[in-house]
Unconditional design. Structure first.
Length: 122
């Protein structure tokens, strides 16, 4: 079954990718494939982890560590978009639990390296 990509999703893609104006069919198809792959990954993770952790656990255990890491660096290292990581750092969003371990391990590794995480720019 093929689902149409909503205009809201396209607007978010335009914002995230700096796209202006109409989106080509190729871009629409690429976005659709990426969205489908992310949905499959999320479903597989949720099937393997039926008891989802409480989001408060992320806010108390992992979120405080993010203050020292530049958004761009964290986004690059964990494979999430810059706008998504920025909203996580601001406390506006809690990432899906499948990302928690990767985020925490990445930040802790950077902190163990002597604070390299605080160098660079946002």
């Amino acid at each position: 079954m093929k689902r149409a990509i909503s205009e809201k999703t396209l607007d978010l893609a335009r914002l995230a990718n700096g796209l202006k104006g109409p989106v080509s069919e190729e871009t629409r198809a690429r976005l659709g494939r990426a969205t489908a792959a992310a949905s499959r990954e999320r479903r597989r993770w949720e099937e393997a982890h039926p008891d989802l952790p409480d989001p408060a656990e992320f806010r108390t255990r992992i979120a405080p560590l993010l203050a020292t890491v530049p958004v761009r660096q964290l986004a690059r290292l964990v494979g999430l978009s810059i706008p998504y990581v920025a909203s996580i750092k601001r406390g506006e969003r809690t990432p899906h639990p499948r990302h928690w371990e990767r985020i925490e391990e990445t930040v802790r590794a950077l902190l163990r390296k002597g604070g390299e995480a605080v160098t660079g720019q946002e």
